[in-house]
Design a protein around this ligand. Structure first.
Ligand code: CUA
Length: 329
């Protein structure tokens, strides 16, 4: 019983790995489904061969102990022949299957209805949606996709090599400076999943997550319309006004954009609707006023090495800024 108890955490972690918001074993899109099918096939074929090798090994050891006489040349010849044919067949099955999966992944290209450009930066994601007139609607660290439609995700890097990976939706794609790589995603299951940079890209590589929401087409359309709109034009609350004047001033506005205000900085994430997002600092903290305030006060404590400097704000200013950012929905 004690032995069994030692294995329980291992078994639990193995089972827990099969579902959840960040696993390729619970596909929520066509592309991840194709890859999952190939993974299963490879697991079974290779598992069977592995089991066969172990069985033959066991028989050989058993025979060496019990039977003095060696196997005849004829038996060995037949054995090797059968084994060579089995391996060749196995390899043909796996090669054909991976070719077919590759084809099916490429087929998405013909059905793309939405273009999204995702720019990887140290250490966050700039997310832009192509509009019919050729412009872009920008947000950050959050990707929304309509279920049932194929989105063409163009991944580009702003600085170093990253890797774009939303395990539940599609396979990994390297993000390389000077190149545009394309990932097609046709989501099927509604709800949140999590993406993560999958290539070491510096100190805060682990804090480079992407919240992904698969919505119904109607929900998605209204989300996108909200993102396209500038921030609320008229504010009357004096605390919010104070927050707005700090954010749109030099302290924040040089690096961040809040559409509808003078803040138009490009280096950092667009904050126009930051209050509606799910997390702060690319998945580092769940969104809340306290998280915003903590992040602004001590970004280097939460994400050492990040480009964001600590803003030297007075207590009332810091409070007003957090309230204002939270109101940007
Ligand atoms: Cu970006 Cu790791």
């Amino acid at each position: 019983m004690r032995r069994v108890r030692h294995f329980l955490p291992l078994v639990a972690s193995c089972i827990a790995g099969c579902s959840g918001p960040q696993t390729p074993l619970s596909p929520a899109a066509d592309q991840a489904g194709h890859v999952f099918g190939l993974f299963n096939l490879m697991l079974w074929v290779c598992g069977l061969f592995y089991a066969a090798v172990l069985v033959f090994l066991g028989v050989a050891i058993w025979r060496a102990r019990r039977v003095q006489r060696a196997a005849s040349h004829q038996t060995l010849k037949v054995g090797f022949g059968v084994w060579a044919v089995a391996i060749t067949l196995g390899l043909i099955v796996l090669t054909t299957a991976s070719f077919l999966v590759d084809r099916s992944l490429a087929q998405g290209r013909a059905h793309e209805t939405l273009v999204v450009r995702v720019t990887a930066q140290q250490w966050w994601w700039r997310v832009q949606y192509r509009t019919p007139d050729g412009g872009w609607i920008e947000t950050a660290n959050e990707l929304h996709l309509p279920a049932g439609a194929t989105a063409r995700i163009e991944v580009v890097a702003a600085d170093v090599v990253h890797s774009f990976w939303i395990p539940n939706l599609a396979g990994k794609m390297d993000v390389i400076p000077g190149r545009t790589n394309i990932v097609d995603i046709t989501p099927r299951r509604l709800g949140w999943v999590r993406g993560q940079c999958a290539e070491f890209c510096g100190l805060q590589h682990a804090h480079m997550a992407l919240d992904v929401d698969v919505q119904t087409p109607t929900e998605f359309a209204s989300w996108l319309a909200r993102q396209a709109a500038p921030s609320a034009p008229s504010i009357v609350d004096p605390v919010l006004l104070r927050g707005q004047s700090v954010v749109t001033g030099d302290a924040c506005g040089r690096c961040h954009t809040v559409r509808g205000t003078p803040a138009a900085g490009r280096p950092g994430p667009d904050l126009t609707h930051v209050g509606a997002r799910r997390s702060v600092a690319a998945g580092t903290l769940p969104m809340s006023r306290a998280a915003l305030q903590g992040w602004i006060a001590q970004p280097q404590a939460l994400k050492p090495g990040a480009m964001m400097p600590a803003a030297p704000l007075s207590g009332p200013d810091a409070n007003a800024v957090a309230l204002y950012l939270e109101s940007l929905r």
